[in-house]
Write a protein that binds this ligand. Structure first.
Ligand SMILES: Nc1ncnc2c1ncn2[C@@H]1O[C@H](COP(=O)(O)OP(=O)(O)O)[C@@H](O)[C@H]1O
Ligand SMILES: [Mg+2]
Length: 145
C-alpha cells in the first residue's frame, strides 16, 4: 500500500490507521520496521500509531534506544540510529522485547536489517521531490492487514 501525505498530521493519521487495522485483524503482536532518513516523519508515524491505543508522549528514543509505553497494549518504540552491531542491541534486551506481548516499532531499522524478526511489517517513508512537506509512505504487502 502506498500513501502520500502533506503534513505531519496526515502522516500520524496513516500510523493510526495501521494500528487500527492491526487491532481489528486480531494481531496482538507485531514488529514494525520503519525506514527513512532523518526528519522524514518516522516519529510522527509512531505518534499516530500510539495514539490509537491511547498512548501519548511519543518522542524519539535517540539516547535510550527504547521507550516503553503502556496503554491498552504495550508499545516498545526503538530508535536504532546509534546501533551499530548486535551487541548494542542485545544489551538493551532486544530479544525480550520482540517476544513480549504488544507491538515493537523501530525507527532506523536499516541499521538492524539482520535482526528484524520474520513477519515484520515494513514501513518506508520518503520525501517527494519538489515539495518540502510531502511524503510517500509504503507499507509492505506481505503484512497480514
Ligand atoms: N508529510 C509529513 N509527514 C511527516 N512529517 C512532516 C511532513 N511534512 C513536514 N513534516 C515535518 O517533518 C518532521 C518530521 O519529524 P520526525 O517525525 O521527528 O522525523 P523522523 O523521526 O523521521 O526523524 C517534523 O518537523 C514534521 O513537522
Ligand atoms: Mg525520529
Amino acid at each position: 500500500m502506498t500513501f502520500y501525505t502533506k503534513s505531519a498530521q496526515q502522516t500520524e493519521d496513516i500510523g493510526r490507521m495501521l494500528a487500527e487495522r492491526l487491532e481489528k485483524s486480531g494481531t496482538r503482536r507485531a514488529f514494525i520496521a520503519m525506514r527513512g532518513e532523518m526528519g522524514v516523519g518516522k516519529t510522527a508515524f509512531t505518534r499516530g500509531f500510539a495514539s490509537h491505543f491511547g498512548i501519548s508522549g511519543v518522542k524519539s528514543p535517540t539516547y535510550t534506544i527504547v521507550n516503553e509505553h503502556r496503554g491498552r497494549v504495550n508499545l516498545y518504540h526503538f530508535d536504532m540510529y546509534r546501533i551499530s552491531d548486535g551487541d548494542d542491541l542485545y544489551s538493551i534486551g532486544y530479544d525480550d522485547y520482540t517476544q513480549a506481548d504488544g507491538y515493537c516499532i523501530a525507527e532506523w531499522s536499516e541499521n538492524i536489517e539482520d535482526e528484524i524478526p520474520d513477519g515484520a511489517i515494513y514501513v518506508t517513508i520518503s520525501r517527494v521531490d519538489g515539495n518540502a512537506d510531502e511524503r510517500r509512505i509504503d507499507i509492505d504487502e506481505n503484512s497480514c492487514i
